[in-house]
Structures are given as structure tokens and as C-alpha cells.
Write a protein that binds this ligand. Sequence first.
Ligand code: HEM
Ligand SMILES: *[C@@H]1O[C@H](CO)[C@@H](O)[C@H](O)[C@H]1NC(C)=O
Ligand SMILES: *[C@@H]1O[C@H](CO)[C@@H](O)[C@H](O)[C@H]1NC(C)=O
Ligand SMILES: *[C@@H]1O[C@H](CO)[C@@H](O)[C@H](O)[C@H]1NC(C)=O
Ligand SMILES: *[C@@H]1O[C@H](CO)[C@@H](O)[C@H](O)[C@H]1NC(C)=O
Ligand SMILES: *[C@@H]1O[C@H](CO)[C@@H](O)[C@H](O)[C@H]1NC(C)=O
Length: 354
Amino acid sequence: MNSFGLTLTALCCIVVVLGGLPFSSDAQLDPSFYKNTCPKVHSIVREVIRNVSKTDPRMLASLVRLHFHDCFVLGCDASVLLNKSDTIVTEQEAFPNINSLRGLDVVNRIKTAVEKECPDIVSCADILALSAQISSILADGPNWKVPLGRRDGLTANQSLANTALPAPFHPLETLKKKFSDQGLDTTDLVALSGAHTFGRSHCSLFVDRLYNFSSTGKPDPTLNTTYLQELRKICPNGGSTNNLANFDPTTPDKFDKNYYSNLQGKKGLLQSDQELFSTSGADTISIVNKFSADKNAFFESFETAIIKMGKIGVITGNQGEIRKHCNFVNKEFAKLGLITKASVESEEGMSSSF
Ligand code: HEM
Ligand SMILES: *[C@@H]1O[C@H](CO)[C@@H](O)[C@H](O)[C@H]1NC(C)=O
Ligand SMILES: *[C@@H]1O[C@H](CO)[C@@H](O)[C@H](O)[C@H]1NC(C)=O
Ligand SMILES: *[C@@H]1O[C@H](CO)[C@@H](O)[C@H](O)[C@H]1NC(C)=O
Ligand SMILES: *[C@@H]1O[C@H](CO)[C@@H](O)[C@H](O)[C@H]1NC(C)=O
Ligand SMILES: *[C@@H]1O[C@H](CO)[C@@H](O)[C@H](O)[C@H]1NC(C)=O
């Protein structure tokens, strides 16, 4: 092949590869997107979250997770918020989400407060992105300028949620693959996993590590034996797998770098956590060591990674829509509105006929 042919082939490959990626390389997002149209959006979101977190500190972790579970499925388009309906197979019932997602009601409260101040302006996808950043700061975690201007999607995909989101029993290679599928590299994986420095997990998601790991009849050898005894108390063999354990035993609601020293002490809660440090020869080990030693390095990498994550597959401009209610696409919501209105009117009609 001559050099022209080679260049052409190379160009075609680049086009095909970029075209096939699920993330936008030129996301039109801007931290000052609502400067003129809804200048108070940040303080409104903050106020609601601050209020809720006073009685439910775990909510800060739950809201960070919600943004992640949105972005990994059809991009950051608030698809995770869409409820089951005639046209929507909800992601909320996918395995990684069912009996597990928290904060949907808080997002609705935020949306109501934001709509009151600036109706039809702020997308639910942006509310999720802002909520993640505000929650991080309220837990003393990293801070970043949230690029804004996402639009809300018109659909959801439950089976995609089942395949795109990582599972706690995935080997490191699979975790890396799930992240690289989204345009996120190994440093992003290790940094974003650091969000497991706060919040809780159900026993069901790690109980195999405590009693019968990989059908060996023994606990996971990469689990600290002291920590193992503590976890066994929280999650008895054959007991309720609905019990909760803190990701970080020492500062359960703080966003700090303890996650990484926990991994060094073999105190990662999920198999997917401990693998970052205990997979022999893995390139993630040195990153864990760096973040454990240097809080600034961790926070900076987390900020870079979550901004990157927040740009996955975003839709902007006049794509999608600005939802009026985060749980429904506008078309569906209008129908629900009509039904409610019609039933109210018919009730009024009935009472006036007496
Ligand atoms: C690396 C792959 C990951 C896996 C396998 C994973 C898996 C899980 C699992 C199994 C839980 C417990 C759910 C429950 O018991 O209901 C959980 C909780 C959580 N995850 Fe992840 N996760 C991963 C990455 C992430 C990322 C990237 C973030 C955010 C940047 C994140 C943030 C959280 C938070 C904050 C919680 C606690 C939520 C709460 O207490 O409500 N996770 N994760
Ligand atoms: C927060 O709580 C206070 C006191 O409970 C209440 O007055 C205020 O309206 C609440 N703000 C929001 C945004 O929910
Ligand atoms: C949407 O579904 C969730 C459960 O997944 C439920 O809690 C919520 O009330 C529903 N939203 C509306 C507006 O019905
Ligand atoms: C959902 O995603 C899967 C890939 O996991 C794809 O095969 C399927 O066509 C999608 N469904 C819809 C309704 O878009
Ligand atoms: C461990 O699990 C395997 C497969 O699920 C099972 O056959 C075995 O009996 C279990 N061992 C113990 C000690 O529970
Ligand atoms: C296990 O945890 C204990 C107590 O937290 C700690 O002193 C010990 O160094 C840990 N063991 C290993 C192998 O990391």
C-alpha cells in the first residue's frame, strides 16, 4: 500500500473509533451556563442537600453514586431518574440499582425548589452533577467547577445498566474494561473508586468474602483477619444480607483518603475495592500508594476524573429536553398531568351535580 493509502486507512480508523465511542470529545458544557438564566441554582441545590444531610449524613454518598450511575448508562442524561412507564423500562430496577439507589426523592425536592425559582431552565442531569459536587464538599471532600448545560434524555435502558455498570465481584481487568468503555483510564478508576470512602454497602454484596469465597469454604485471603471478625458481626453467616456496613470503618461519612490506607491494611469492603491493591503485579497498586500518602494528589485526580465522567455522552443544545419532573419525560408527564386534571374535574363535576 502506498503512503496515501496508509494515511487514508489511518484516518478512516480514527473516524470509526471516535464515532463508535459513547462519550463526546467536544462536550459543550460550561460552569457558568446558568449565570443569566438561573444564577441561584447552586445555592438552591446546596440548601436542600445541606438540610437533608443534617438528619441523613449518608445522603451525601448516595448522591455522588447517583451521578455515577447516571453517567455510565446512556451518558449523563438523567436516564437513571426515569420511572417505569408504558414507554420506559426503568434503570432503577437493574441489578446494580434495585433496593440500592438512594436520593431519588431528594433530587425531586431539589428539582421542585429549582423550578420554583427558574422554571424549565435547569436539567435533571445538571442537578445530579451539581449534587455530586455539593455533596463532596459538604463531606469535606474534593471541590471542582461543575461544567453545566446537559440536557435530559428521552429514554432509559435497563439492560444497558446491567452490563455497563461494574459489579463488586468483577476482577480488576473487567473493572478496567468497564471504565475504558466510558473513556476513563486506570488512574480515573482508582481515583473514582475513592468515593468508597463514605457511604454503606449491603452485606449481600460482600458476604461471600466472609465465609465462602469463590466456593473455597474459606474467607477471602486478601481480607484483614481483624476486620473479617468485625464484618462477620455485622453480617452473620446465613443472617440478613440486608444489613449495612460502612465503607470506611473510621470516618464513615467523611470524604477523605482513608479508602486507600484501608486497602493497604487489607480492609477494602468489596472485592472490587481490595483488588486495586491486592492483585499481584497490578499497575493500580502504586496509584493506591500515592493517593494514600498524598491527599492533594488524590483530590486532584478525583476532580479530573469526575469532570471527565460528567461529560460522558452528554447531550446539549436542543437535543433531548429540560424535564419538568425528573421521573418522567415531558410527553409522559403531560399525559399524567391531563389524567390528574381530568379526574379532578370529573370529581368536581360529580360534586356539583349533588
Ligand atoms: C469501581 C467499580 C465500582 C463498583 C463495583 C461499585 C459497587 C458498589 C456497591 C456494590 C455499592 C453498595 C450498594 C448497596 O449496598 O446498596 C456501592 C456503593 C457506593 N458507591 Fe460504588 N462502585 C464502584 C464505583 C463507584 C464510583 C466510580 C463511585 C462514585 C464516583 C461510587 C460511589 C459509591 C458510593 C458513594 C456508595 C455508597 C452509597 C450509599 O451509601 O448510599 N462507586 N458501590
Ligand atoms: C431547610 O430547613 C429549614 C429549617 O428546617 C427550613 O426553614 C428551610 O425552608 C429548608 N430549606 C430548604 C431549601 O429545604
Ligand atoms: C418513581 O419511582 C420511585 C421508585 O423507584 C418512587 O419512589 C417515586 O415515588 C416515583 N416517582 C413518582 C413521581 O411517582
Ligand atoms: C439497550 O442497550 C442494549 C445494549 O446493552 C441494546 O442491545 C438495546 O438495543 C438497547 N435497548 C434500547 C431499547 O435501546
Ligand atoms: C461453598 O460454596 C460452594 C458452592 O456454592 C458449596 O458447594 C460449598 O458447600 C460451600 N462451602 C461451605 C463451607 O459452605
Ligand atoms: C489488619 O488490621 C489491624 C488492625 O486494624 C492492623 O493492625 C494490621 O496491620 C492489619 N493487617 C494487615 C495484614 O494489613
